[in-house]
Design a binder for this molecule. Structure first.
Ligand code: NAD
Length: 319
């Protein structure tokens, strides 16, 4: 059968970052002869987290990093374990596999990870900078702020797919693009919608409850995105948002959820970051480019964030 478009695998995108990452690791040989050390904390029995940890470990080792998985059997000891890694100068990056408690305590634990070692970019300061479209941590613009790695991975995928128009000024490269993001979690969907809107897109942010519109206003007059409530979720409204959407991004954590193919505009780009396949096979009859998963790019961004953190610590004379 002839399909009009193409399926693009995450590995094609992550491969384009391999050289940049390995050569940076190489340049750190003096400080870190055995490679920078990433520590992952696993305190749940989630097989998806276990798989992700496995992948992270393999990718790390193939690119000259060291990876250490620390299993914490008793959830209540996790905080102490993180604090110990914060203090340990041999540790360059820390990540925690969430959910741990599955409630607000997880947000607290996110903030326990030292900002200087937070490879996932979940620290409040990083989030606030991202939402406010601020790229540096300092007035001298020496220390780059970190972006949360899954939203960043989706942005990098969109750059690879040439949805970002490099002829436009930096910061406006999504001007005129319409995107739908089905997920508004604090970890992925909301920051992703903000990033895309900050870059000039009109973003329809969809969750179970309602649909919101993120934009920088008419003529991109605002410096950062604004949010408007469009109303409670309905299939009619979702369909309307999709009618002229150039990009549809899904992240619904459910096996049974399938995005309605009939809502996709012919030639739209479809990207799924959920660990479940949110599009069924028929997406290929509509999408120009279809990216079925993003995990490999997320790991590349994790390692890239880690190198940025090491650079920041060097500049602050903390290494
Ligand atoms: P979450 O449960 O915190 O958020 C789910 C979001 O989807 C919520 O905003 C919810 O309202 C929305 N949603 C659920 N069902 C919906 C529906 N039928 N219609 C519209 N919106 C709906 O989950 P999360 O942490 O954001 O993770 C989501 C998925 O992404 C999971 O499968 C997770 O494994 C995956 N994930 C992937 C990566 C990666 O790198 N690829 C990283 C993090 C998470």
């Amino acid at each position: 059968s002839t399909k009009p478009g193409r399926t693009i695998l995450a590995s094609s995108v992550s491969n384009t970052y391999a050289d940049e990452i390995t050569s940076k690791v190489e340049s750190l040989r003096k400080e870190r002869p055995n490679g920078p050390l990433l520590v992952g904390f696993l305190a749940n029995n989630d097989p998806a987290a276990e798989m992700y940890a496995n992948w992270t470990s393999k990718t790390c080792e193939s690119m000259g990093f060291r990876y250490e998985l620390r299993r914490v059997e008793e959830k209540d000891f996790l905080e102490e374990a993180i604090i110990e890694a914060n203090r340990d100068n041999a540790v360059d990056g820390i990540m925690v596999y969430f959910p741990v408690f599955g409630n607000a305590q997880d947000q607290y634990l996110q903030q326990v990870v030292s900002r200087e070692k937070d490879v996932e970019g979940l620290n409040h300061v990083y989030y606030q900078n991202m939402y406010h479209n601020i790229r540096y941590l300092d007035d001298e613009q020496q220390l780059k702020s970190i972006l949360p790695c899954t939203p960043l991975a989706v942005v990098k995928i969109m750059e690879y797919l040439k949805i970002y128009n490099s002829l436009l000024p930096q910061g406006n490269r999504l001007y005129g693009k319409k995107c739908v993001v089905v997920n508004r979690s604090e970890i992925v969907g909301r920051p992703l919608s903000a990033l895309l809107a900050n870059d000039g897109a009109i973003v329809y942010s969809v969750d179970i409850n309602n649909i919101q519109k993120f934009t920088r206003g008419e003529g991109l007059k605002f410096q950062k995105h604004q949010v408007e409530d469009l109303g409670p979720f309905s299939n009619e409204m979702l369909k309307e948002c999709c009618a002229d959407a150039d990009v549809i991004i899904t992240g619904v954590p459910s096996e049974s959820y399938k995005f309605p193919t009939e809502y996709i505009k012919e030639g739209a780009v479809c990207i799924n970051f959920s660990s479940h396949k949110n599009f069924d096979e028929s997406v290929k009859s509509k999408a120009s480019l279809y990216v079925p998963s993003t995990g490999k790019v997320t790991i590349s961004m994790l390692l890239r964030n880690m190198l940025r953190l090491v650079e920041n610590r060097q500049k602050m004379n903390l290494l």
